[in-house]
Design a protein around this ligand. Structure first.
Ligand SMILES: [Zn+2]
Length: 256
């Protein structure tokens, strides 16, 4: 029996995709598109044995782009590749338009407020949702100017960015310091987020020592909403990547 199934709740609408290393985290979001949830296709391979008690509680698909557990990496593009979630605009400080799914956005507001109240400092949204069209234009421009290899190192291929799910964002300190840079991890904001984001359903998606698994360099600014149940389980288990938690293959690079 599969240990995961897809949620049909529209409130969980999200997509999945990852974004990118440095440059990939930057482009502006495109137009808001409404997504109509479709029945889930439970065709994924069985998951490895992980916390059974947890999977018995709350289980969502890791394949369905509307699921808060969708796993997107260099071996797992969004399906469909041009998936677009239902988004809301968040009333928070930002550098580019703060667009996320309702559920991820609600959690983000709580996290930002808690950071300010608990000494983490003020936060702002650097980048959030990025559409398939925007990612396509960005990546194609880089390929044209740098070639495929260097373009892949700087930007996710279209359909492979977690930013396309509406569940991921790049966080920046307010005022800005170490934006989209490794040193963000040493700022009060970066330190607080790394220690506390799980309380709000967010994970630091690309840890420093997990590049061989995630396919992305250390990105202390990039957070992904997975819901409090999963983030808490990962925190308690000491598992830092979705690939490891769900027993998925490491995804250091795109398939040949
Ligand atoms: Zn990012």
């Amino acid at each position: 029996m599969p240990r995961h199934w897809k949620s049909s709740s529209a409130g969980l609408a999200a997509l999945g995709l990852l974004a990118v290393t440095l440059a990939g985290c930057a482009p502006d979001a495109g137009p808001v598109v409404t997504h109509t949830p479709t029945p889930a296709a439970s065709t994924a391979a069985p998951l490895v044995d992980k916390p059974k008690s947890f999977f018995n509680k709350t289980q969502y698909s890791i394949d369905d782009p509307t699921s808060i557990w969708v796993v997107v990496n260099k071996l797992r593009p969004l399906q469909p590749a041009n998936y677009a979630p239902k988004l809301v605009t968040l009333n928070v400080p930002h550098i580019s338009a703060p667009l996320m799914t309702q559920e991820a956005g609600d959690a983000l507001l709580k996290m930002f407020a808690a950071s300010a109240a608990e000494g983490g400092g003020a936060l702002q949204v650097q980048n959030s949702y990025r559409s398939f069209a925007v990612q396509t234009n960005t990546h194609n421009s880089l390929v044209a100017s740098l070639g495929q290899s260097k373009a892949d190192a700087q930007s996710a291929r279209p359909g492979y960015s977690e930013h396309q799910t509406g569940l991921a964002l790049d966080v920046a300190a307010l005022p800005s310091k170490c934006d989209i840079a490794a040193c963000f991890g040493q700022t009060p904001q970066g330190i607080w987020l790394a220690a506390n984001s799980w309380r709000f359903g967010y994970i630091l998606r690309y840890p420093a020592d997990m590049t061989a698994i995630t396919g992305y360099i250390y990105e202390p600014w990039h957070f992904r909403y997975v819901g409090v149940a999963l983030s808490t389980e990962m925190h308690n288990d000491g598992i830092t990547t979705l690939e490891e938690f769900f027993g998925l293959p490491a995804a250091p690079d795109y398939a040949p």
